[in-house]
Design a binder for this molecule. Structure first.
Ligand SMILES: O=C(O)COP(=O)(O)O
Ligand SMILES: [Mg+2]
Length: 226
């Protein structure tokens, strides 16, 4: 099973995060043979714009808030969370902090400017993605959603995670093989088993092609499992 982040992993900031068609083709080809999940902080509405034509096995969006499979969707938030979220939104308003509400989580772009205020929030978890932040239920993360996904699928095979930033650390924590794209943050490269030599989607595309075309490479990867 491959679990891949989206922004700055499958998609390139220089392309305004719209995934390259050549990357779409390889991911779709890979997904026809192996389990491939996109695991992103993004909301659903962005995926329709940024990932046109991409058909992975499934999605984990809103940083682990929602799991989307062909035959079911799971939202990992309860009424208590939405109460908390309402109060948090009032605090953000009072502090003049701009945010947007997802279906589960709160997004704060350029959150780094308000770090001191956000750090005071203790009814929720603040997950950073470079200078942006996501305010989420404490029990929600990319890694937690993957654990639920694996139990739904009864999956016990090798898990490969590919990412670039802080909000991928929990994803890496549930993977056997941790892969950083060439443009990943240094702290992500430092906890990776493999650092790709190409950036963003091209890096992931080459890695997936290697698995598809070279059985011995796949054997070597499977041997990676602790
Ligand atoms: O921060 C976001 O909204 C998207 O980020 P990700 O795909 O890198 O998780
Ligand atoms: Mg990313």
């Amino acid at each position: 099973m491959v679990l891949s982040d989206f922004d700055r992993t499958l998609s390139d900031e220089k392309d305004n995060f719209i995934i390259k068609q050549e990357v779409v083709e390889v991911v779709n080809k890979f997904s026809a043979k192996f389990l491939f999940f996109v695991v992103t902080g993004r909301e659903r509405k962005y995926m329709d714009i940024l990932a046109k034509g991409l058909f992975p096995t499934g999605w984990i969006i809103e940083n682990g808030g929602i799991i989307i499979l062909r035959d079911k969707e799971i939202k990992l938030a309860d009424e208590k969370w939405y109460e908390i979220r309402k109060n948090l939104a009032k605090i953000l308003d009072k502090n003049g902090i701009k945010y947007s509400l997802g279906e589960v989580i709160i997004y704060v772009n350029s959150a780094i400017d308000y770090k001191d205020k956000l750090d005071k929030i203790n009814e929720a978890k603040i997950e950073w993605n470079r200078s942006d932040a996501m305010i989420m239920p404490k029990s929600v993360s990319k890694g937690e959603a993957v654990k639920i996904l694996k139990s739904i699928l009864n999956f016990e095979g090798v898990t490969i995670a590919i990412g670039d930033s802080q909000n991928d650390i929990s994803l890496f924590s549930v993977a056997d093989i941790k892969v950083a794209v060439a443009n990943a943050l240094p702290e992500i490269k430092a906890i990776s088993d493999i650092v790709l030599d190409k950036e963003d989607g091209i890096g992931v595309m080459r890695f997936l092609e290697k698995i598809l075309n070279d059985g011995s490479y796949l054997e070597k990867l499977i041997g990676f499992r602790k």
